[in-house]
Design a protein around this ligand. Structure first.
Ligand SMILES: C[S@@+](CC[C@H](N)C(=O)[O-])C[C@H]1O[C@@H](n2cnc3c(N)ncnc32)[C@H](O)[C@@H]1O
Length: 262
């Protein structure tokens, strides 16, 4: 997608993060990051000398859940996040860099590259794979989480209409699409991890986003938007929510963990 269009989408992205309660976000995200790190394959190890890069690290990302390693976080909104979330600057062991994953360069390669719910936000996923290829050591790991589609028809629907129905996510992937982009890497783990977030979801919505987990006003807005009708109808027919809210529920998207070895 065009960089200018992406830059406009990023303004909306920051508005979403700006609305968060910065005094509560860390206490809810930290246990989540630690539970995710604990779920990673055994061969992804973190020692004091492990060099770790987080592409699209956000304002309260997974690096905060790591107690050791040479840690570098990159995000195009980094300087604004540093102002909004004061606890970031307190982590003197983490180097925060403002930049886009497509464009950053480093003097030394990394052992682990994270891209946590950021790969579907970038302007050119192929260039981001190039960055991972260039700056991951041979045998190193790329750990990604991402909302991926569970069905091809909904993927096509979202890909055609994302500007109107999901404008923060310009790329719509199935797990297989991501695997194809990481051609030449070995996929060592792929699974749905929605359930890891369930214990935190309600408190996060109430205390950090200050809105209910099930937002009835959002449904009304969707009902007023004709572009959302066909999907709403499908959802009723298929009894398929956008995201699952309880174990085992079928949904349009699932949050996937994908781990590649270079
Ligand atoms: C949903 S947030 C996830 C943030 C963080 N990783 C987390 O899980 O809390 C998506 C992030 O991707 C970042 N992003 C968007 N385009 C990017 C790009 N081209 N390169 C790197 N990060 C990007 C956004 O600025 C945003 O912080």
């Amino acid at each position: 997608m065009k960089r200018e269009r992406w830059a406009a989408i990023q303004e909306g992205e920051f508005a979403y993060h700006l609305a968060k309660d910065e005094t509560r976000v860390l206490e809810i995200n930290l246990p989540y990051w630690r539970s995710l790190i604990a779920q990673l394959p055994e061969e992804v190890r973190f020692e004091t000398s492990t060099r770790v890069l987080d592409l699209g690290c956000g304002g309260c990302g997974i690096l905060l859940g790591l107690g050791r390693g040479e840690l570098v976080g990159v995000d195009p909104l980094m300087n604004r996040y540093l102002e909004k979330f004061p606890f970031l600057a307190e982590r003197k062991d983490i180097r925060w860099i403002e930049g886009a994953a497509e464009e950053v360069t480093f003097d030394e390669p990394f052992d682990v590259v994270f891209a946590i719910n950021s790969f579907d936000h970038v302007y050119d996923p192929r260039l981001v794979v190039g960055t991972v290829r260039d700056f991951l050591k041979p045998g190193g790991h790329c750990v990604m989480t991402m909302n991926c589609h569970n069905t091809r028809p909904f993927r096509a629907y979202y890909a055609a209409l994302y500007r109107f129905i999901d404008h923060h996510h310009p790329h719509q992937f199935t797990p297989r699409d991501v695997e194809r982009l990481f051609d030449g890497f070995t996929l060592i783990e792929q699974r749905e991890i929605d359930e890891l977030w369930f214990p935190h979801a309600e408190r996060y919505a109430r205390d950090v986003l200050r809105r209910p987990l099930v937002d009835r006003r959002k449904w009304l807005r969707a009902a007023a938007n004709p572009l959302k009708w066909p999907m709403g109808l499908c959802k009723v027919l298929l009894n398929m929510p956008r995201h699952s809210t309880r174990p085992g529920q079928r949904s349009i998207f699932s949050n996937y963990l994908l781990v590649f070895r270079k």
